[in-house]
Design a protein around this ligand. Structure first.
Ligand code: BES
Ligand code: MN
Length: 457
């Protein structure tokens, strides 16, 4: 029996245990954005560290950052002449709201048919565990043919704000031939996918202030510019009728898509129909001169993520609110930068905000845009692994989401990433009823086993 077959057999014999470990991992409510879950974050880091310790790494450490800690692990026992694979993951998850739309408790996983439902199953505790279990299978059967490092962070879902400093400070420690990053996803269960581009992010909060206190709308309406109205007037002006963003200079640095890139986008099986089916909207929206896959993968956008003002309780209240707030984020593409985008938003507000209100713009978090090397040894090793397990070449795509670490590793440690994952578009990531498709997950674990042996070849 070949080495890889021994490890794959190990995976097949241990599926039940993997599932119960996944339930244990997702039961820890490691929501990074709220202080309320600080202890849970520490517990999740501990849980990951214990898993890594069970793999007999030379070193496993929970390392402080300016925010939530990183779990670092290392095993250099394969020797100087073979590659080192750095495996990235994040143990934090998104908040669960709106909680009333969940069909089960979000941290009490339920298996229904082929899927397991709980926050973090797909994004990305399932993917973190898949990597750990693939390595476990290799170590318990033949030993690892490559050196291994682990970087499992706790702030991905809030912008990896402190990870850049951490990587800069520990650049030597993190040196590797490739980073395996399974935080992206697949186009469909039968279409293994390698992602070679991610959008960046510039996340802002816009506050509009009017009167010093809430007012009676009958006594003051018509003389005071309502901050809720002023805010939505400003927000409405951020797009033109064609769906283009109006911030001054917004498109100046956007790299034009080549003929070849546009031809590649046209071949992806993500059509208008796909977006209609996945989302339930009555019609699509956006720049008419780009197909939906391009609009998501290669065009910058501006989204309102949240709006808050005035009275939103039951019944009615005739109030003229004293302030209003919007959470606004831009997804960016090469060669835009979050810093320039923030300045463009400021310039837009300076030019368009009326004299009747005061405003304040905060920068909440940023992520750089990333294009990874599609010809790296890691990408080749992963593509071959998919070919073996799925029986077909993976699709290569640029994804609309953001993952801060990819650029940070390129910039500060010179490490390229291979971006993949076993989540599906219908997994409800960041949404109620997040789930993971178990048959795809099990195949994913096997493909990571193949990836590890392919890396040593
Ligand atoms: N795993 C996602 C990003 C993703 C999803 C990439 C699907 C490719 C395919 C990640 O955890 C995420 O949601 N990131 C945030 C980062 C942001 C807060 C900087 C995002 O994209 O909103
Ligand atoms: Mn993720």
């Amino acid at each position: 029996m070949t080495d890889v077959q021994k490890a794959v057999d190990f995976v097949r014999a241990n599926r039940e245990r993997y599932l119960s470990e996944l339930k244990e991992f997702v039961a820890i409510p490691s929501v990074s954005t709220s202080d309320e879950h600080k202890d849970d974050m520490a517990r999740a880091a501990e849980w990951v560290a214990a898993q890594l310790r069970s793999l007999n790494m030379d070193k496993v450490e929970i390392m402080p950052t300016g925010g939530h800690p990183c779990v670092y692990g290392e095993w250099m026992g394969a020797g100087k002449d073979v590659p080192t694979v750095l495996i990235y993951g994040h143990y934090d998850v998104q908040p669960v709201d709106p909680i009333e739309l969940w069909e089960n408790q979000p941290f009490d996983a339920v298996v229904k048919g082929d899927n397991i439902y709980a926050r973090g199953t797909s994004d990305m505790k399932g993917q973190v565990l898949a990597s750990i279990k693939a390595v476990e299978a290799v170590i318990n059967t033949t030993g690892s043919p490559v050196n291994l490092k682990w970087l499992i962070e706790g702030e991905e879902e809030i912008g990896s704000e402190h990870l850049g400093d951490f990587i800069q400070k520990h650049a030597d420690m993190l040196k590797a031939d490739i980073c395996l990053n399974p935080d992206a996803g697949m186009i469909a269960a039968d279409l293994p996918t390698i992602t070679y581009g991610l959008r960046g992010l510039c996340y802002m909060e816009l506050r509009v202030y009017g009167p010093t206190k809430d007012l009676h709308s009958g006594l003051f309406g018509g003389t005071i510019h309502n901050p809720a109205q002023a805010l939505i007037e400003l927000v409405a002006g951020m797009h033109d009728k064609k769906g283009k963003v109006t911030l001054p200079g917004f498109y100046d640095k956007v790299r034009k898509l080549s003929k070849q890139e546009r031809a590649d986008f046209a071949l992806l099986p993500v059509t208008e129909q796909f977006f209609l089916e996945q989302t339930g909207v009555p019609a699509l929206w956006g720049e008419p001169t780009f197909i939906p896959a391009e609009r998501v993968g290669a065009r910058p956008t501006l989204e309102v993520n949240g709006l808050l003002s005035g009275f939103t309780g039951q019944g009615s209240k005739t109030v003229l609110p004293s302030h209003a707030m919007a959470k606004i984020s831009c997804r960016l593409v090469p060669d835009q930068t979050p810093e320039e985008t923030f300045e463009q938003m400021k310039a837009y507000l300076e030019a368009n905000a009326p004299k009747s209100i005061r405003w304040e713009l905060l920068s909440l978090h940023n992520a750089g845009t990333a294009i990874t090397d599609p010809n790296s040894a890691g990408v080749q090793a992963m593509a071959h692994a998919f070919e073996t397990v799925w029986g077909k070449r993976p699709l290569f795509k640029r994804e609309g989401g953001s993952i801060g670490v990819v650029v940070q590793l390129q910039q500060y440690a010179g490490v390229e990433s291979v971006l993949t994952g076993f989540g599906l578009p219908e997994d409800n990531v960041h949404s109620p009823n997040e789930k993971l498709h178990l048959p795809t997950w099990y195949k994913g674990i096997e493909s990571l086993v193949h990836f590890i042996y392919n890396m040593s070849a």
